[in-house]
Design a protein around this ligand. Structure first.
Ligand SMILES: C[S@@+](CC[C@H](N)C(=O)[O-])C[C@H]1O[C@@H](n2cnc3c(N)ncnc32)[C@H](O)[C@@H]1O
Length: 255
């Protein structure tokens, strides 16, 4: 494991330290029947990021940065065969505990989503909700997702919007000021403990296309009417009603 890039080691160590803080939220998501996205729990039935859900039955999915594993649990309930990949042992332990608590077993693999020890072209869907999508270098994990997907396989990921990052000073709260340059935006380090990646739309589209994807959609997320403030202090409801705080990307590997 010591040959992992420094950003992967830092992020793994940080997630190992904070894994217990995510158990309660993980349980709420495991308990929720309907697929929801992001901090505002936007319903899949409102955003259609996965398209017609019936078509996934019996298909193979890989979740890149699965954390507590609830996204894969939702896919399992759709009749898919998910595999969860995560670099952090304590997060995988939470996922395993939830698997026995909720009676759903699917494989969990301890690995970086930048170098996944699984064969080429073995999945129909690669998915990430705040996993590889922000904690891995897109120039490493997007080609890896392309390698893992079968032709016509789909890549779906949720991440912070670029605008939310551009308006977040180092303390990490979105403001109404542009406090970062978009030019060159890629690696973002709020402190020395972790490293995030936030590639703007132009370079992201170029990267996806270079990796053999066609971009199907970029869904900007708006909090539903009934949304309340979240436990995440980096973004407020008021801000998120005015500008998209999160976005979901959909891409398909060219057949
Ligand atoms: C916010 S969680 C997202 C997962 C899930 N949606 C959840 O909330 O439980 C972020 C996850 O990304 C994982 N992660 C960070 N760097 C990673 C890497 N290089 N490869 C795989 N997983 C990584 C962390 O261990 C953590 O479990």
């Amino acid at each position: 494991m010591s040959d992992l890039p420094v950003h992967v080691q830092k992020n793994r160590d940080m997630w190992n330290r904070y894994a217990t803080d995510w158990v309660e939220a993980g349980r709420r998501s495991w308990e929720t029947a309907e697929i929801t996205w992001g901090i505002w729990s936007v319903k899949e039935s409102d955003v259609h990021a996965l398209g017609d859900l019936g078509r996934w039955k019996g298909k193979d999915a890989v979740e890149l940065g699965c954390g507590t594993g609830y996204v894969s649990a939702w896919l399992y309930r759709l009749g898919m065969h998910p595999i969860g990949v995560d670099i952090t042992p304590n997060q995988l332990e939470s996922a395993r505990n939830f698997q026995s608590e909720f009676g759903m077993e699917y494989p969990l693999i301890e690995a970086s989503a930048e170098t996944v020890p699984l064969p080429d072209e073995s999945f129909d869907l690669a998915i990430s909700e705040y996993g590889a999508s922000i904690w891995c270098d897109p120039y490493a994990w997007i080609p890896e997702a392309a390698r893992l997907l079968r032709p016509a396989g789909e890549l779906v990921f949720l991440r912070n919007s670029t605008l939310s990052i551009l308006t977040s000073p180092d303390i990490g709260a979105s403001t109404e000021l542009l406090v970062r340059d978009q030019r060159g935006l890629h690696r973002v380090e709020y402190d020395e403990n972790s490293v995030e990646f936030h590639l703007p739309a132009g370079p992201m589209i170029r990267l996806l296309r270079e990796c053999g994807f066609e971009v199907l959609d970029l869904i900007e997320i708006w909090p539903p009417d009934e949304a309340q403030e979240t436990r995440f202090d980096y973004i407020t409801l008021d801000w998120s009603k005015r500008w998209p705080s999160e976005e979901i990307w959909r891409a398909r590997k060219r057949a």
